[in-house]
Design a protein around this ligand. Structure first.
Ligand code: NAD
Length: 251
């Protein structure tokens, strides 16, 4: 059994679904104490049950600074420190240029960019040398897609955060990297992007020819890459964007 995270304390935002949930399960299997956050209490409770007894759920919205504070107060009281942060919570939506509303812009930047920024900033008080921060960006940070400019810009911002924060954290022994998943079918395609099952099937069929490995990815495959960046296996890596995309962004 892999016990690479024995004794480690990890926080995963948006850990009740998709990539966050898969990562929380993997970290727990490998010995970590795992805190997950999410906006909806019911989903959070179900996810904690699914992950197992080493998981704790804390209800909170990453775009609300008071919620972030509450998350860190809980971790501070219970554990006194944080070793790994996976800033994963994020949402997407479609709107072509010409039809972008202020609400469309604000929601995605509030959750994806502002939420990630203050989640990471809040973590610093609990993190010391050896800590690892992973931001969930996206392949779209380097691509152009129809009606997806605002979401893509939020993810490009995260890629830039990783680069700049690696500099801000210089000498502290805390690493910060971005993971950029390609197409990974998760509940988010329905709940966040609003796709029907048929629309998702059509999308997968249309995009697969552009993926060298000839298929879409799984949340478990992203989780394994996040575990790599979270662990000492990547001890000399900081500031990077690791694409986990079947090669789609590399050709
Ligand atoms: P998902 O919808 O299944 O999971 C997203 C999680 O974030 C959910 O638990 C949701 O409740 C949570 N969340 C959303 N807004 C939140 C908020 N304001 N506060 C707290 N939690 C919030 O989707 P997923 O595909 O697992 O997405 C996870 C991350 O991966 C996102 O940042 C997404 O942009 C990124 N991503 C996904 C893909 C993909 O193809 N699935 C590709 C690239 C990047």
């Amino acid at each position: 059994m892999n016990s690479q995270f024995d004794g480690k304390v990890a926080l995963i935002t948006g850990g009740s679904s998709g990539i966050g949930l898969a990562t929380a399960k993997l970290f727990a299997q490998r010995g970590a104490k795992v805190y997950i956050t999410g906006r909806r209490q019911k989903e959070l409770v179900e996810a904690v049950r699914d992950i197992g007894e080493s998981a704790t759920g804390i209800q909170g919205d990453v775009s609300v600074l008071a919620d972030i504070d509450r998350v860190y107060q809980t971790i501070k009281q219970e554990k006194g420190r944080l070793d790994i942060l996976f800033a994963n919570a994020g949402v997407g939506a479609f709107a072509p240029l010409g039809q972008i509303s202020e609400e469309h812009f604000d929601k995605q930047f509030d959750i994806n960019v502002k939420g990630t920024l203050f989640t990471v900033q809040g973590a610093l008080a609990l993190m010391s040398a050896g800590g690892s921060i992973i931001l969930n960006a996206s392949l779209v940070s380097i691509k152009g897609n129809p009606a997806f400019s605002v979401y893509s810009a939020t993810k490009a911002a995260l890629r830039s955060f990783a680069r700049n924060w690696a500099v801000d954290l210089q000498g502290k022994g805390i690493r910060v990297n971005a993971v950029s998943p390609g197409v990974v079918p998760t509940p988010g395609y329905h709940t966040s992007l609003g796709m029907t099952e048929q629309q998702l099937d059509d999308y997968i069929r249309s995009v697969t020819p552009a993926i060298p490995l000839g298929r879409t990815g799984t949340a478990d495959e992203i989780a394994k890459a996040v575990a790599f960046l979270a662990s000492d296996e990547s001890s000399f890596i900081t500031g990077i964007e690791l694409f986990v995309d079947g090669g789609q962004g590399q050709i």
